[in-house]
Design a protein around this ligand. Sequence first.
Ligand code: ADP
Ligand code: MG
Length: 530
Amino acid sequence: MDKHGIKELLPETLKQPLDGLLSFSLIDALKLIHSPPPGIELHRLATGEHPAQQRLAAEELIAHNLSLLKMRDKVQSQPAPLLTINKQALSHFLDQLPFELTSAQQKVSQEIAADINKPYPMLRLVQGDVGSGKTVVAAMAAIQAIANGKQAALMAPTEILAEQHRINFEQWFKTMDISVAWLTGKVKGKAREVQLGRIADGSAQMVIGTHALFQDSVEFNDLGITIIDEQHRFGVHQRLALRNKGFGDNQTAQNSLAPHQLIMTATPIPRTLAMSAYADLDCSIIDELPPGRTPVETAVLSNLRRNDIIERVRASCIEGRQAYWVCTLIEESDVLEAQAAEVTASELQLMLPELSIGLVHGRLKPREKLEIMNAFKAGEINLLVATTVIEVGVDVPNASLMIIENAERLGLSQLHQLRGRVGRGATQSHCVLLYSSPISANGSARLKTMRETNDGFVIAEKDLELRGPGELLGTRQTGDMQLQIADLQRDAHLLPQIKQAAELLIKQYPQSVDPLIDRWLGNNQQYAQA
Ligand code: ADP
Ligand code: MG
């Protein structure tokens, strides 16, 4: 401890993994930053790249990493139900699927199966590009829990997605005598009582819903596994809050086992970023699409070509295929966005009188939204005009044309999600990105990336480069991390070393762990406490 009461918490041993970063002691780094000596390279100081600042950034990142690792340890020190693999139930399920699993699906479900066959909670993130088939993998995990007499819960971020899961699971589980309960914010009154009752008395083995599932009034009988779909829609903080919930607070008293946790996301996260934001999770990647899919062809066109595109929609729908037309706005306003989509829909209807056109936006009642989605799925609607509510998870294989208006306004991962709504069947699919001039350099770089690749991981790396981690992980997520000195984008190159250093500290200097977390996260330890 020096005379200012500042204690060096990074031991000499870390010099190895932190290669060069410890050329400044903590106190020297602070002194330099507070009163820069003459002759210092000011430009490096301004960008935060001076070794003294990097020294502090590294320490801060280590502290964050430690808090996530600590939280993981805390979770895994609780007992969880050991769920053995039930070959019979599994083959029953697989036999009724109209396809074989891809080898990536097999590999990832084996990783999950092995994890939950242990007496402490699984904490696993499954990353799989849009359309890679995460839902069956989730179903297999649920079956393993249910075959062991436990309940499984699946939470989706939107009503549309939750409903789609419900339809799939009810169909799959019908022949297996597994009963499915259903809970979203819109399930009210008597119907809600019924569902809550079935969840509490265990007569529902599979529970599907939105975040309503984790409200206080929901009591599970014996929850064995929690599955969170499309996690990128939830912030880190929300994820941790859900985890708390899943921990047994809302299980009946006689059961104190913590459920296993499976988290799925279609937003591929660059490896370095995953290391820091998800240090508490094991990671599996479904890195293969089901066979028979032809990669979507993407064109970037000026808005001035709108009429040509409308003709293309006509031709495609007359051939029996279906199309999406996505309207976007700069402002995040449900009302304005809905209005814009309404205007576009009536305009398109005037120009395409022979087509049946549907409209979905965030202002519709969930039931109305569902009716339209179901009609689209059934082929009764040729062209679906939508706001970006359509983004996640919607699965209509016959849709093969995606038009996105003002595509230059959207981020890469959102564009990639939207494009992933097509290319789900065997026919060649197309995506048309319409832009209006003038277009920023950044916007045009995004559109170029979309035209050049369909690979979600390449797109994620590019997104990180163009927009930074805040946009990529969702502002809420990085906002939650509340970094004071470090910057995930600027300091991304440090992350592999950080991970190594954090692991080493836990092993060899456990006494430094809490003080480090305390120093950097202080009273704001949502990580450590979750
Ligand atoms: P996502 O990973 O985006 O959630 P889904 O689970 O919705 O993907 O699967 C997309 C579509 O692919 C669904 O229609 C699903 O039935 C189908 N599918 C999943 N796995 C396979 C497979 N191995 N072979 C063929 N089709 C598959
Ligand atoms: Mg999905």
